[in-house]
Design a protein around this ligand. Structure first.
Ligand code: GDP
Length: 616
C-alpha cells in the first residue's frame, strides 16, 4: 500500500476494470483466455463455454442484459512493486433501456477496456456506454482484437477509434490511451503489430500500468455503495458493490443507510468475493474490493452499507424508475394450453415473483383479477425480454397494451415520467428524428456535431411518447440510428399524443387461413398471417388501411363456381405477410386488444373475441 497526494492509501494489489465490447467482437473469448493464463481456472473447475454472457436472448438481440463480475489473479511475475495483483472485471450492458445500469456498474471501475474487432471496427452500439465511461473519467485501454483475420485493418480501425474519442469529447489524458493488438482466441497480445508475442502479458502490463489502483482508506469506517443486486436460490438477494472505505468482515455489525433515510442494523453473515467466474465465500474484504453481501432483508441498489458506529450514507444513486406497465394474465384464447407447460394464473404469479427478486427494475402488483398481474418496468424492451424468457421456459400468457406509469402530486395534479433520450445517427436523419419525436411531445435539449458525419441529439420525451418509437426510429434511420433512454423525472401530464391511426383486420371465424382469402383481402391493409395458419374468431390477422376495425373471413375457400383464375395465379400475387415480432405486436396494441404469447406463437387478438359482442 502506498500513499498518494491526498494521503489516501492506494491499493496496488487491485485493478477494477470495466469492459465494453460490441457483441461478437470477442469479449467472452478474451476473458476466457485471460482467466486461463492467470491460472484462475483450477483443474477441477468446470469451464463454461461462454463465460460472460450466457443468456441466449442477449446473443439474439446483440446486447448484454445483466452486468456481471469476474476476477482474476495475475501470476507472480506481474506485480506492482512486488504486490501480487487481482483484476476485477466488470461487464457492461450494451443496451439502454438499461441506461441507468450502465452508469451504476461503471461506478465500480477505475479503468475501461474497449475491445474492438480489427475488421469490423467500432460499431455504434458501444458509443453510449463508452461515452458514459469517458464522462465518469475512467482511464481507457484499447484492444484491437482479432488481428489474425484476413480482412483485419487494425490501423484504420485505430484511426476510427481516435475519431470516436474526439467525437465523444474525450479529454487529453483519455486520448492518450494505450493500444494493445490481440488475438484473443489464441491468448496473444502485442504492443505493436509486428511484435512477437505468445501470451497476454502485454495486455496484463497495460492494465497494471494504466488502470489506476483504487484509492481508499481501509482504516476509515466502513462504506460500501450497493451498485447491483444479484439473486440466486441459495443465498437470496446479493448486494454487490465496491468498498469505498473501511473493512468488512463476517460477524461484524453494520447498518444499511436506506434510500428513505432510515437505518437498518444487520450482522454480516455471508460475504463473497469474485474469483474467476464464481463467487467465493470470504472472511473479510478491504476498501477497493468488489464484494457481494447476502442476507440483508430488502436491500436495494443505491443504498449504503456502513459502519454501525459511524453510519454515513454515500450520495444515493437513483435506479431508473419503472415507467411502463402491462397486465400479464393467463391465456384465455381458444388455443390456450396447446403448447405451453405453465398456463395458470398461479404459474404466472410465481414466475413473476421470482423475477422481481432478481430484477430490481421491475415491480409486480396483483389486480382484482387473481389471474392478472400488473408488471411495471423500464420500457417495453425490458418487459418484452421478460415475456420472451417466459415463453422459452414454457409459459403461456396474454399481455395488455403498454401503459405509462403515472402518479399525482400533492395538489392532485397528474404526473407522468419523462425520459432523456440520446439519439446518435447519421446527420441526414436529424430532420425525420426531430419531427417524429416532436409528434410525441419531445423537446430537443442539445445537439452536438463534430463533423464526423454522425450527430448526437438529446431530447426530453414523455415515456408515453416512446411507446412504439423504437421500431419507427430504426425504420426512419434505415437501421443506422442508435437510441438510448434514461429516466429523468415525473412532470405534469403533457396532453394527448396521437395513437395508432389504423384499425385492425379481425378474423370473423375459426379455421385455417387460405391463400384465396389473403388474395382478396390484402388490398385492404397489411396482412400478418400466412396460408394454413390456424386462426380463431377475434384474432387480428392484419392492419386495416382505414381507421375502423374490419371483421373479415380469412379462411374463405374458393368456390368452384366462381373460378376466374387458377390458384397458382393467386398464390404468385400474394404479398408476403408482415410477421410481427413480440415487440412489434406490443407496440401495435390498442386498449381493446391483447398479445397472446406461447412457446410457439405470438398472436394479437381482440379482448372480446365474438364480433357481435364488440362495441361498433
Ligand atoms: P463476444 O460476443 O464479444 O463475447 O464474442 P465471442 O468471444 O463469443 O467471439 C465471437 C466470435 O469471434 C467467435 O466465433 C470466436 O471464435 C471469434 N473470435 C474470438 N476471438 C477471436 C480472435 O482473436 N480471432 C478470430 N479470428 N476470431 C475470434
Amino acid at each position: 500500500m502506498s500513499l498518494n497526494k491526498q494521503n489516501i492509501p492506494t491499493r496496488n494489489d487491485i485493478r477494477n476494470l470495466a469492459i465494453i465490447a460490441h457483441v461478437d467482437h470477442g469479449k467472452t473469448t478474451l476473458v476466457d483466455t485471460m482467466l486461463q493464463q492467470a491460472n484462475t481456472f483450477r483443474a477441477n473447475q468446470e469451464v463454461r463455454e461462454r463465460v460472460m454472457d450466457s443468456m441466449d436472448l442477449e446473443r439474439e438481440r446483440g446486447i448484454t442484459i445483466m452486468a456481471k463480475n469476474a476476477a482474476l489473479r495475475l501470476p507472480e511475475e506481474f506485480s506492482d512493486h512486488g504486490t501480487p495483483i487481482k483484476i476485477n472485471i466488470i461487464d457492461t450492458p450494451g443496451h439502454s433501456d438499461f441506461g441507468g445500469e450502465v452508469e451504476r456498474v461503471l461506478k465500480m471501475a477505475d479503468g475501461v477496456l474497449l475491445l474492438v474487432d480489427a475488421a469490423e471496427g467500432c460499431l455504434p452500439q458501444t458509443r453510449f456506454v463508452l461515452s458514459k465511461a469517458l464522462e465518469s473519467n475512467l482511464a481507457p485501454i484499447i484492444v484491437v482484437n482479432k488481428i489474425d483475420r484476413s480482412d483485419a485493418r487494425p490501423q484504420a480501425v485505430l484511426n476510427e477509434i481516435y475519431d470516436l474519442f474526439i467525437d465523444l469529447d474525450a479529454n487529453e489524458d483519455q486520448l492518450d490511451f494505450p493500444v494493445i493488438y490481440a488475438v484473443g482466441r489464441d491468448g496473444i497480445a502485442k504492443n505493436e503489430l509486428d511484435d512477437e508475442s505468445t501470451d497476454l502479458a502485454p495486455l496484463f502490463r497495460a492494465i497494471i500500468d494504466h488502470v489506476p489502483p483504487p484509492r481508499a482508506d481501509p482504516n476509515a469506517p466502513l462504506q460500501m455503495l450497493v451498485t447491483n443486486i444479484d439473486y440466486n436460490d441459495y443465498v437470496g438477494r446479493l448486494a454487490i458493490g465496491r468498498l469505498i472505505r473501511g473493512e468488512i468482515r463476517i460477524g461484524q455489525d453494520a447498518v444499511v443507510c436506506k434510500l428513505d433515510g432510515t437505518q437498518q442494523k444487520f450482522r454480516v453473515t455471508q460475504l463473497f468475493g469474485f474469483e474467476g467466474l464464481k463467487r467465493e465465500p470470504i472472511e473479510a474484504a478491504q476498501a477497493g474490493d468488489i464484494v457481494g453481501i447476502a442476507g440483508i432483508e430488502g436491500i436495494n441498489i443505491g443504498e449504503t452499507i456502513a459502519d454501525a458506529e459511524h453510519p454515513q450514507a454515500l450520495p444515493p444513486i437513483v435506479v431508473d424508475e419503472p415507467t411502463i406497465a402491462m397486465l400479464f394474465s393467463s391465456n384465455t384464447s381458444p388455443f390456450a394450453g396447446r403448447d405451453g407447460k405453465f398456463v395458470t394464473g398461479r404459474h404466472i404469479r410465481d414466475r413473476l415473483a421470482k423475477e422481481a427478486l432478481a430484477n430490481v427494475a421491475i415491480r409486480i402488483e396483483p389486480t382484482d383479477d387473481p389471474d392478472a398481474f400488473r408488471v411495471a418496468g423500464r420500457g417495453e424492451l425490458q418487459l418484452a425480454i421478460i415475456i420472451e424468457t417466459m415463453r422459452r421456459e414454457g409459459y403461456e400468457l396474454q399481455i395488455s397494451k403498454p401503459e405509462v406509469v403515472t402518479r399525482h402530486d400533492e395538489n392532485g395534479q397528474l404526473l407522468e415520467p419523462i425520459e432523456q433520450v440520446f439519439v446518435d445517427c447519421p446527420e441526414q436523419f436529424i430532420g425525420v428524428v426531430t419531427e417524429a419525436l416532436g409528434r410525441r411531445k419531445g423537446t430537443m435539449m442539445r445537439m452536438s456535431n463534430h463533423g464526423s458525419g454522425r450527430v448526437r441529439l438529446e431530447f426530453e420525451v414523455p415515456s408515453r411518447g416512446l411507446i412504439g418509437f423504437r421500431g419507427e426510429f430504426l425504420t426512419d434511420t434505415k437501421g443506422m440510428g442508435l437510441l438510448n433512454t434514461l429516466f429523468a423525472r415525473f412532470q405534469p401530464w403533457m396532453g394527448p399524443i396521437p395513437q395508432r391511426p389504423n384499425g385492425a383486420l379481425v378474423a370473423d371465424r375459426a379455421g385455417a387461413v387460405t391463400a384465396y382469402a389473403i388474395g382478396n383481402l390484402q388490398e385492404r391493409g397489411v396482412i400478418f398471417v400466412e396460408p394454413t395458419l390456424a386462426v380463431y374468431e377475434g384474432m387480428i390477422i392484419g392492419e386495416n388501411s382505414r381507421e375502423n376495425d374490419l371483421n373479415v373471413n380469412i379462411v374463405k375457400e374458393k368456390h368452384l363456381t366462381n373460378i376466374r383464375s387458377s390458384t397458382s395465379d393467386i398464390a404468385t400475387r400474394l404479398v408476403p405477410p408482415l410477421v410481427m415480432s413480440l415487440e412489434q405486436s406490443l407496440e401495435f396494441l390498442n386498449d381493446d386488444e391483447l398479445v397472446e404469447a406461447t412457446p410457439k406463437a405470438i398472436r394479437i387478438r381482440k379482448k372480446i373475441l365474438q364480433a357481435g359482442k364488440r362495441p361498433k
